[in-house]
Design a protein around this ligand. Structure first.
Ligand code: GDP
Length: 316
């Protein structure tokens, strides 16, 4: 049974060229090969892994990797404040962030805005110092500079206690100890599972999903994208859509997708905590809520005591 504990939803905050694409690529290549807490001393690449050696050049909006039974959804965040509204929307889908910093270049002003947003949303940060293999890498100085950035952003004691993982995304290695070279990405997978909370969903309640993004697909038309905060969702399900003003309209989910690796995969049902895309609601807009359809007799009169509506007012 898939429960919200089987998910971790994260975003990566990084300045351009600090290695976000390479890092996701390394996680994809090692996706599904470890069990939780399992010690892997050395690994021999099998043919399956070799197929993954091609590498990605453009980061998909949504990617997922697996660690043991846990699926880690990685949503892409624009790197700077030019996309202010979009940053906020994307960050509302996740429970934690990787702050990825180049071990030579250090923190950049553009990532400050995104980190501040993440802190305002109480997202758990993991600091990832990347390119530790790079000549001239000044790891401990950069750690101090990251600490200064957090202090500058008024981080509290708990936030200043962020975990640090040192990576060479290029070589697919991570370590918790800068003095000891990493062997694979397992320490980063472990840190994500340990430090980033599972989505706080309510699986037994009626469906509720906040639409954080929309997309157009030439086959299925307009699609909504978001994280399931309550209940579950099915392809073919009749739903109610609640707009920004609390107005309700009816609709039906036609196709439903989750993200597996770099692919969008059609599914019949998705569980609480999962990030999904769906078609069928042609007029869906960002910020609207998709909820379990209420019976016609419940529609008259609409009062704020109706649980679905009450929640909607809270999230908007
Ligand atoms: P993005 O813009 O943040 O997605 O950055 P990319 O992943 O495209 O990486 C930018 C450049 O840094 C590329 O030339 C990568 O090969 C290089 N790079 C990424 N990670 C590492 C690393 O761990 N070590 C070194 N030496 N180079 C890296």
């Amino acid at each position: 049974m898939v429960s919200e504990n089987n998910f971790r939803n994260i975003a990566i905050i990084a300045h351009v060229d600090h290695g976000k694409t390479t890092l996701v690529d390394a996680l994809l290549k090692q996706s599904g090969i470890f069990r939780e807490n399992q010690q892997v001393a050395e690994r021999i690449l099998d043919s399956n892994d070799l197929e993954r050696e091609r590498g990605i050049t453009i980061l998909a909006k949504n990617t997922s990797v697996r660690y043991g039974d846990i699926k880690i959804n990685i949503v892409d965040t624009p790197g700077h404040s030019d996309f202010g509204g979009e940053v906020e929307r994307v960050l509302k889908m996740v429970d934690g962030v990787l702050l990825l910093v180049d071990a030579f270049e250090s923190t950049m002003p553009q990532t400050r805005f995104v980190l501040r947003k993440a802190m305002q949303l109480n997202l758990k940060p993991i600091v990832v110092i990347n390119k530790v293999d790079r000549e001239g890498a000044r790891v401990s100085e950069v750690v101090d500079e990251v600490l200064d950035l957090f202090i500058d952003l008024d981080a509290g004691d708990e936030e200043l206690d962020f975990p640090i993982i040192y990576t060479s995304a290029k070589y697919g290695t991570a370590t918790t100890d800068p003095g000891l070279p990493g062997q694979n990405m397992q320490p980063l997978f472990e840190a994500i599972i340990r430090h980033i909370p599972a989505p706080a969903g309510e699986p037994d309640e009626p469906l509720q999903l906040l639409v954080n993004n929309t997309e157009y697909d030439s086959f299925v038309g307009r699609m909504g994208l978001g994280c399931i905060k309550r209940g579950k969702i099915s392809a073919g399900q009749q739903v109610a859509v609640i707009d920004h003003d609390g107005n309700l309209r009816q609709g039906r989910i036609v196709s439903l997708y989750i993200f597996e690796g770099l692919e969008r995969t059609a599914v019949t049902e998705a569980a609480c905590g999962e990030i999904v895309a769906f078609s069928g609601l042609e007029d869906i807009r960002i910020g609207e809520t998709v909820a379990c359809r209420v019976q016609p007799e419940q529609l008259e009169p609409i009062t704020v005591d109706e649980p679905t509506l009450q929640m909607t007012f809270m999230v908007n």
